[in-house]
Design a protein around this ligand. Structure first.
Ligand SMILES: C[S@@+](CC[C@H](N)C(=O)[O-])C[C@H]1O[C@@H](n2cnc3c(N)ncnc32)[C@H](O)[C@@H]1O
Length: 206
């Protein structure tokens, strides 16, 4: 039996979804206010249990652009000296928290699709003088990280936006060292999406 449009799970291509995400997060990098239906910034970070001592060490313009949906460190912090990959690092708030946790002997790589968010993240890193973070342009579905490089993958509010979730999880498995950890927080569906939302470019980037 042929499927009509309403029955197709997705009609946007992965490239179109990535473009939509890039457009939307260029705006968020410019001004995050009023862009999300959930709390963002410092109040959100405090409510999610990030220690004030860490938040206070991160530049205000980065904290204001924290738009995560949870706290991946509540699942366990990295150890000093470890490596961490932050998928969908955004303005780099979680990457900076991870860099403070792993210390100067550890390394953090934050990856994001949006050049504008990466710009903010790099400015924030430089303002803090954290030499152990790199911010790299790339996608969750094709991470610019060597196989087996990392002890820990964190991700915060990103995999729900990934155009191909199977590819994203395969990439996470590839970059983790044997015995490494994924600690991710995200939005999950509890029921089938209506057909019009599955076709909505904005919804794929929100
Ligand atoms: C909701 S924001 C979360 C940002 C950051 N993790 C935080 O907690 O503030 C989602 C971020 O993921 C990025 N993103 C979305 N889809 C992506 C993908 N497929 N690959 C890499 N980054 C992606 C967006 O550009 C955006 O910066």
């Amino acid at each position: 039996m042929a499927l009509d449009d309403d029955d197709k799970p997705r009609i946007l291509s992965p490239g179109a979804i990535h473009e939509s995400v890039r457009r939307r997060y260029a705006q968020v990098a410019h001004d995050p206010r009023g862009q999300f239906p959930y709390p963002v910034g410092r109040e959100s970070a405090l409510g999610l249990g990030y220690p004030p001592g860490f938040i206070d060490r991160i530049p205000t313009f980065v904290v204001e652009r924290f738009v995560g949906v949870g706290n991946p460190f509540s699942l366990g912090p990295p150890e000093p000296g470890q490596t961490v990959v932050d998928i969908g690092a955004g303005a780099g708030f979680d990457s900076q928290v991870a860099a403070l946790m792993v210390g100067p002997d550890g390394r953090v790589r934050g990856v994001d699709l949006s050049d504008e968010m990466l710009d903010v993240a790099r400015r924030g890193r430089d303002a803090c003088g954290l030499a152990n973070i790199e911010f790299l342009s790339g996608s969750a579905e094709s991470l610019p990280v060597e196989s087996g490089w990392t002890d820990l993958v964190i991700t915060n509010g990103v995999l729900n936006l990934a155009a191909c979730k199977t590819a994203a999880f395969a990439e996470i498995a590839r970059v983790l060292r044997p015995g490494g950890w994924l600690r991710g927080v995200d939005l999950v569906l509890v029921e089938e999406l209506p057909a019009d939302l599955r076709r909505d470019e904005f919804a794929w980037s929100s």
